[in-house]
Design a protein around this ligand. Structure first.
Ligand SMILES: Cc1cc2nc3c(=O)[nH]c(=O)nc-3n(C[C@H](O)[C@H](O)[C@H](O)COP(=O)(O)O)c2cc1C
Length: 308
């Protein structure tokens, strides 16, 4: 997720555990070039001990190939193609979910990429841009190509991030897909994850976005691990503290730092009974020291909704 799950976040949450693979935020070609920040984010030295799959947002074989070659030179063997991004500025240019109404274009892009690259390509897609029926012709196209895996987020692009993913369509997608299928969308609890796997035992994995931002322990919980309150608070303090430390090194000035940490707390506050007051407390901080003190108060002292 752009702005959240870059290398600093990935390394910190990996210390909590439970996550198998990290899909890095998408890389795009701008004016014929890949911006340096994208390289830094997936550079092996910034992702030690993590299994990372880079992702590309593109609507031409040339752009995918440029990114494929760049990531292959860094040692990556898989590239994920984003056919899910719903933002109008993206979609109206036939990028992300905006490419789903054009299966013939997807077909010709895949034909050219396959002919000119050895990279193992996986796809992350919504079920459509304007209609959830758009997935079926796209699936027919994907079935004819060499695709490592299809990660389905069953919402249409026009819904943006509103409403809920419709996991009831997953069995039909799995039945019709010639490739392994993974699931993404609105997994917020271990119970939801277990139910989804029970109903779809062949689903290869679950990709989780906002659920892990709201609860960094979610992957552990899905794996069946329980933590007592003491361990949970300590791990959380370490996680939040590590991100703060690295962001302080990375960002210029207290203002940028506080802004960045507030965007994280828009999700992290959900761990506390009084989420609203937690976020308000963070938003009021004016210095790094004040932020550090308040975070310690909140993480070590405030009632957490996951701790009795
Ligand atoms: C701020 C933001 C940034 C995102 N960036 C990406 C991205 O770069 N690549 C991607 O595949 N999905 C991206 N997503 C979508 C998520 O990966 C995911 O598909 C979506 O949030 C639904 O899953 P969730 O309910 O588990 O969050 C982003 C979502 C948000 C809210």
């Amino acid at each position: 997720m752009q702005g959240y799950t870059e290398a600093i976040f990935r390394s910190a949450i990996n210390r909590i555990g439970g996550i198998g693979v990290f899909y890095a935020p998408f890389i795009r070609i701008e004016n014929g070039e890949i911006r340096k920040k994208y390289f830094a984010d997936i550079a092996p030295e910034n992702n030690r001990g993590l299994q990372v799959v880079p992702q590309v947002l593109a609507n031409s074989a040339a752009d995918i190939l440029q990114v494929a070659n760049a990531v292959a030179a860094m040692g990556y063997t898989e590239l994920n193609w984003n056919l899910g991004c719903p933002f109008p500025m993206v979609a109206k240019r036939q990028l992300g979910a905006g490419l789903l109404p054009y299966p013939e274009k997807i077909d010709s892009i895949l034909t050219e990429v396959e002919a000119r690259s050895d990279i193992s390509l996986s796809v992350k897609m919504r079920t459509g841009y304007l209609s959830p029926d758009e997935i079926w012709p796209v699936l027919d196209v994907l079935n004819r190509h060499k695709i490592k895996e299809i990660i389905v987020h069953p919402q249409i692009g026009k819904q943006m991030y509103n409403g809920e993913a419709d996991s009831s369509v997953l069995p039909e997608i799995i039945a019709k897909a010639a490739h392994p299928v993974a699931y993404n969308g609105d997994i917020r609890t271990a119970e939801q994850a277990h139910l989804l796997i029970e109903k779809n035992p062949t689903v290869t994995h679950l990709m989780i976005g906002r659920g892990l931002l709201c609860n960094p322990f979610l992957a552990l919980e899905i794996a069946g691990q329980t933590l007592n309150g003491y361990n949970r608070r300590n791990l959380l303090m370490n996680f939040v503290g590590t991100i703060a430390e690295r962001q302080l090194d990375h960002l210029q000035g207290a203002g940028h730092f506080l802004q960045k940490m507030t965007t994280y707390w828009e999700y992290w506050s959900a761990m506390f009974d009084d989420a609203h007051r937690a976020l308000k407390t963070i938003k009021k901080c004016r210095t790094v020291e004040e932020y550090t003190d308040k975070v310690q108060d909140i993480v070590l002292g405030w009632k957490m909704n996951s701790i009795e």
